[in-house]
Design a binder for this molecule. Structure first.
Ligand SMILES: Cc1ncc(COP(=O)(O)O)c(C=O)c1O
Length: 387
């Protein structure tokens, strides 16, 4: 078979590799504990599941959906953004449904990149910030997120020739994988929007974790910033917000021109989202958000468990105020990979190496809080015994 050159440049997907390693270990009879992929272990709240059951039974939802999304879904997202972030969106032109944020991260690259064009991608970052640009025929250019800079990119340090070739930028706060957040008064989004406008670079802010926050922290939307919409869009996802990772639903919001182009792209690629799912998502967004608060309590308890145990072992960590991840510096003498390999081989515990998220992730591993408390405790005890 002859495959495209573009496939040669594509690295194997981080979690596909990890899944392969887990399967191998389990075949050997090892009781593997995965603190790898960030996939909520608790079910979608019952009221959302029950609404989906009602919607699936309705024949009105059984035909091709409109590619542009149902009116009620777009309106529910706009209402949610008004209530939650104080952001006004026109549901006709500034909201569009996604089959999860991941598809948008990959596909939006086709709207912006031609051969030789660059995408500025947070490093470490969600792996599709790198593979999306490659698939579209462009190139990712890593924007290092360093601890000493609060895991925010140095926008002023990007070389002029890189800026000239750059068409788009991916970043996300609250941040996967580092857990970094933008504190109140932080002007990063203002600088980001100004940067996008000045250099004609589309800002794609990936807002997958804004609802998973702790200790009273409230995460902002990129679109709250004046002038942000002129420079870009935000991707919102229901995956982590409502434990709906398997359902595949999110929305792109913001710049109407970018969204119109994305609609053109998508209508040539897929036939929209199951109407029953759009109606159920509208129901989830407009109903009680108590289930989200309950999830945050669970994650915050697990975060404390991990941070306290690691400190006890002698590994210093900053407790994140958001996301479902803890970003940990590996102990002296290890690399990201050697620590992740040791933890898998000796402890039967899966932690993704930080280097899997980009070169600046070297020296770190990520722990996901999406396993039951007792499994997290057991995993940490196994690590303690082997250090
Ligand atoms: C930063 C980030 N963006 C996007 C996604 C994908 O979200 P979705 O399930 O909506 O495709 C994830 C999933 O882990 C993520 O961590």
């Amino acid at each position: 078979m002859r495959y495209s050159r573009r496939m040669d440049g594509l690295p194997p997907y981080l979690f596909a590799e990890i899944e392969r390693k887990i399967a191998e270990k389990r075949k050997q009879g090892v009781d593997v504990i995965s603190l790898g992929i960030g996939d909520p272990d608790t079910p979608t709240p019952a009221h959302i599941v029950e609404e989906m059951q009602r919607q699936v039974a309705d024949p009105a939802n059984h035909q091709y959906p409109t590619n542009r999304g149902t009116d009620e879904f777009r309106k529910a997202v706009a209402d949610f953004y008004r209530q939650r972030f104080g952001v006004e969106l026109d549901p006709e032109t500034e909201v569009f449904p996604l089959l999860g944020a991941k598809e948008a991260i990959a596909h939006i690259c086709f709207n912006f990149l031609d051969e030789g064009d660059l995408c500025l991608s947070a490093d470490p970052g969600y792996p599709v910030y790198t593979s999306g640009p490659i698939l579209a025929g462009g190139e990712p250019y890593p924007l290092p997120l360093l601890p000493e800079q609060g895991f925010k990119p140095d926008l002023d340090g990007i070389p002029e020739d890189v800026l000239e070739r750059s068409r788009m930028l991916f970043c996300n706060y609250p941040n996967n994988p580092t857990g970094a957040v933008l504190e109140q008064g932080d002007d990063f989004f203002e600088r980001l929007a100004a940067f996008g406008r000045e250099h004609d670079i589309a800002i794609i802010h990936d807002n997958a974790y804004s609802e998973i926050t702790f200790d009273g922290y409230v995460a902002p939307s990129y679109l709250e910033t004046p002038g942000a919409r002129e420079a870009g869009i935000e991707l919102f996802s229901l995956s982590k917000t409502y434990n709906m990772t398997g359902w595949r639903i999110g929305a792109v919001v913001g710049n109407a021109d970018i969204i119109a182009k994305y609609w053109t792209l998508k209508s040539n690629m897929d036939s929209g989202m199951f109407s029953a799912l759009q109606r159920t998502a509208a129901f989830a967004l407009s109903g009680s958000q108590e289930c989200v608060r309950e999830m945050c309590e669970i994650y915050s308890r697990r975060r404390d468990l991990v941070v306290d145990t690691l400190r006890d072992i002698g590994i210093e960590v900053t407790p994140p105020k958001a996301t479902i991840y803890i970003w940990i510096r590996v102990p002296e003498g290890y690399t990201s990979n050697s620590f992740a390999d040791m933890v898998l081989d000796k402890c039967g515990v899966v932690v993704p190496p930080g280097s899997g998220y980009g070169p600046s992730g070297e020296g770190f591993v990520r722990i996901s809080l999406t396993a039951p408390d007792e499994r997290i405790s057991e995993a940490l005890e196994r690590i303690r015994d082997n250090l």
